[in-house]
Design a protein around this ligand. Structure first.
Ligand code: SAH
Length: 395
């Protein structure tokens, strides 16, 4: 088997079970492995460390599949690992039949580059690394068999794939084509998911528990749902008895689906608004109009892709949080999130504190949020922690 031989001292992170091998840590590539092929990873002294997938085009030149030498990386290996992923969700009661669940959370589940969600009877996945791409057939076949799902739709149409030298791609991978929209249970609501045309794999499952938390705080409130996507937080707010809900998103198709989701949950449209607008601008308009809300949700997309963008991202987060503080009623609640992994919990809290200060509002954190438990964080892979949120009450 071809191998990656590491520079002296660069085996340390692997001994701590971190799965990434940076190109700067590689002394030599032996045996001309092909893109995505499994290689032996050896220390500078020739000691065997791991099996990894070779990514020649990426800064992360190897991603570890396994630290156990006895088990070869073949269809049986993937089936066994996927079975473990499913069982981990089942023991927590996360994988309910007509619901939706992240079945595979990439590095955090020991499968670098592989993300798979189940929406009802359908699987939707992303294969983001050369190794994942190479083995996607085996992975899809094992998951179809283990879950009894009817089809596997590939949503590997992310630009991130180009960093691995892979072309973005979407299409049917196995089984039947999923319908245009799939209906899922997210108790107490129901949602339509567009697996083929929606963002990422179709829906943001990482916010599931946080959407539920919002429902409990909305009775009789005017709710502003910023970055609404298909209306998740808004529907939950209305189910929780909100007096009104305003959804804002730049995506018109997302808002059209939000409207259908409100309907699906038997909620009237009378008190629901859909604003196809930029949140940064819309919040300023509300401030100028002196519109006020009892509850505001801020769930922006990832603002940070690299360390160089961190400062600019902080300005973005501060801007929207500042505007939100200005238009909250006394006693009002702000649910504010960041899904940027490079933004630490501490830094996010500082940014929100700065926004509160500049708005002149006295505010306190009353709860903290993280990603749903089907998006676990492997202790040896802290990068898997990305979603953070605060519930802040203004006085
Ligand atoms: N809260 C949603 C997920 C939000 S994802 C849920 O629970 O499902 C982020 C959303 O922000 C996307 O729908 C995207 O279209 C939207 N978006 C991105 N930039 C925006 C901007 N500047 N103004 C308004 N919406 C924006």
């Amino acid at each position: 088997m071809p191998s990656l031989i590491l520079k002296k001292g660069r085996e340390k992170s692997l001994l701590r079970r971190h799965p990434w091998i940076f190109s700067g840590g590689v002394q030599k590539v032996e045996g001309s492995p092909k893109m995505g092929e499994t290689v032996d990873v050896l220390g500078a002294g020739g000691e065997w460390l791991a099996y990894a997938a070779y990514s020649p085009e990426s800064q992360i030149q190897g991603r570890v599949w396994s630290f156990e030498r006895e088990t070869p990386i073949d269809a049986g290996f993937f089936r066994a690992r996927l079975k473990t992923c499913l069982e981990a969700r089942q023991t927590q009661g996360l994988d309910i039949p007509q619901g939706a669940c992240r079945l595979v959370a990439a590095e955090s589940d020991g499968l670098p580059g592989v993300v798979v969600d189940r929406y009802g009877d359908w699987l939707s996945g992303q294969f983001m690394s050369a190794g994942a791409e190479r083995h996607k057939g085996d992975i899809a076949a094992a998951l179809m068999e283990l879950t009894g799902c009817r089809g596997f739709w590939d949503r590997s149409d992310s630009e991130m794939r180009t960093k691995e030298g892979l072309m973005p791609h979407a299409g049917l991978l196995l089984g039947d084509e999923p319908p245009e929209l799939v209906e899922i249970d997210e108790v107490p609501g129901r949602f339509l998911v567009d697996i083929r045309g929606g963002h990422k794999t179709g829906y943001y499952l990482d916010q599931r528990d946080n959407r539920r938390a919002v429902a409990a705080h909305c009775k009789g409130q005017d709710v502003l749902n910023c970055f609404s996507y298909t209306g998740g937080f808004g529907v939950m707010a209305l189910l929780g008895g909100a007096a009104s809900c305003t959804n804002i998103d730049v995506s018109a198709p997302a808002l059209a689906l939000a409207r259908r989701n409100v309907e699906l949950n038997g909620l009237g449209q009378e008190n629901v608004e859909y604003q196809n607008a930029d949140v940064f601008e819309a919040l300023r308009v509300y401030r100028d109009e002196q519109r006020r809300f009892g509850v505001i949700v801020l769930d922006p997309p990832k603002f940070v892709e690299s360390r160089q963008q961190l400062q600019q991202a902080c300005r973005g987060y501060k801007d929207i949080n500042l505007s939100a503080f200005k238009i909250l009623r006394p006693g009002g609640l702000l649910f504010t999130y960041s899904c940027s992994g490079l933004m630490s919990d501490d830094l996010f809290q500082k940014v929100v504190a700065g926004a509160a200060l500049d708005s002149g509002r006295d505010a306190r954190i009353v709860r903290r949020f993280t990603q749903a438990p089907d998006h676990p964080i492997a202790l040896h892979f802290p990068e898997g922690s990305y979603l953070k949120g605060l519930l802040v009450q203004v006085m």
